[in-house]
Design a protein around this ligand. Sequence first.
Ligand SMILES: C[S@@+](CC[C@H](N)C(=O)[O-])C[C@H]1O[C@@H](n2cnc3c(N)ncnc32)[C@H](O)[C@@H]1O
Length: 425
Amino acid sequence: MAETRLVSELHQHSLNQEIYEKFDPESQVFQELQASVCLHGILQPLIVRPSGVLLSGHRRLAVAVALGLERVPVEVREDGDDAELIVEFNRYRRKTISEMMREAELLQRVLKERAIANSARAGFARDESPPIESVNVRDAVAKALGMGSRSYHKLREVWNAAKESPNAKEALDKLDRGEMSIDAAHKSVKALSADTCEEDGTPDFLKYFNVWNFMEPDPRFGIPHPGRIPGQIAGNIIYYFTEPGDLVVDPMAGGGSTLDVAEFLGRKALGYDLAPRRPDIIQRDISDGYPEEAKDCQLIFMDPPYWNMIDEKYVEGSSSRLDLEEFKSWLMTLLFDSAACVRVGGFVALVIMNQYFRLPSMFKAGYIDWPFEVYELMLAAGLTPWTRISCPLTTASFSAFDVENCKTGRFMQPILRDVVVMRRM
Ligand SMILES: C[S@@+](CC[C@H](N)C(=O)[O-])C[C@H]1O[C@@H](n2cnc3c(N)ncnc32)[C@H](O)[C@@H]1O
């Protein structure tokens, strides 16, 4: 039978406050724990040092205080290291990534000091002791946190970058809220921490083959927008088809990723949209053609609505609301205008996906092969086929439920997205 102690004699451990977020009395977890304590009392004794400082049971103590309990069951421990025990007692608790990384920093400190002490005992001078970031220490920390070394390594990079960069902090916040995977956060942070260019002067997001997989939009380019594509797609097109100082035009600029990546690569850029979301995007219905300032640009990069696929997300008057034949003829006019706007030797690049849903009833089954349609329209506009690149949607955007549906319904999810590139000769 555990002994009991007066609640007034027990104290939070300072490390607990340092590592874990405050236990919010309004939270569901607090309310549930409180209801359980009301019903059954505190079933699991709190773990304390003889002095009354808590090693485990901070949440139970908070609830006991809230309920005005006088005494709580405790188990007194005299052995072990405070930091290691606190982390171990919290091992199976649901934690945010930030809480885990604070645990990691603490453990790292303890293990490092221990390694130095051990090596001193073994007769080494302090500056001969194992390096701070020794792989063994890292692996031991990862193990103590119950995660693989590789995931831990990636998280550490995100965690460290978040101390310096607001964009990396945004990735960390998303991780904490469960809105981003470790891999995706790590990738975005790597992209941020890399310099504009690699040592040989090429951009860090460059692709060398004509299938471009980008897991996430690079946060350096563009702001969230319905139908946002990774800015790295425009970035690669700009890199391959323009020179520094050239003018790039995006007639449906959305979240502005083309503008940002063009600036990043030292190109000039103009962006238009029916419903501009940023002050540097000019309000324009591109059905009215290109303005004079866009004339003789080197590249038109366009990512139009994929007809009615996500129509409800765009404003009234968006060309996505046209019926199918009107939309095709709108695209045709746009491509003719684009061919006339771009300078001789310049390029028109258009991002598009095949369409399998929201088809008019006449389709019954089947699909619209938009890249093929666009190819035909571009040819008709007098442009010369140059290349076609595949930029598939990430499979990670589909849930296990979607995959199960494919299995049971015996169909494939369409993830092909293409960029058709043509040149004005
Ligand atoms: C697929 S989104 C572009 C997304 C953008 N590439 C990004 O990554 O954020 C298509 C854009 O076309 C715009 N749009 C639709 N009809 C338009 C029109 N007639 N003139 C100009 N913009 C139009 C919509 O407002 C929307 O922002």
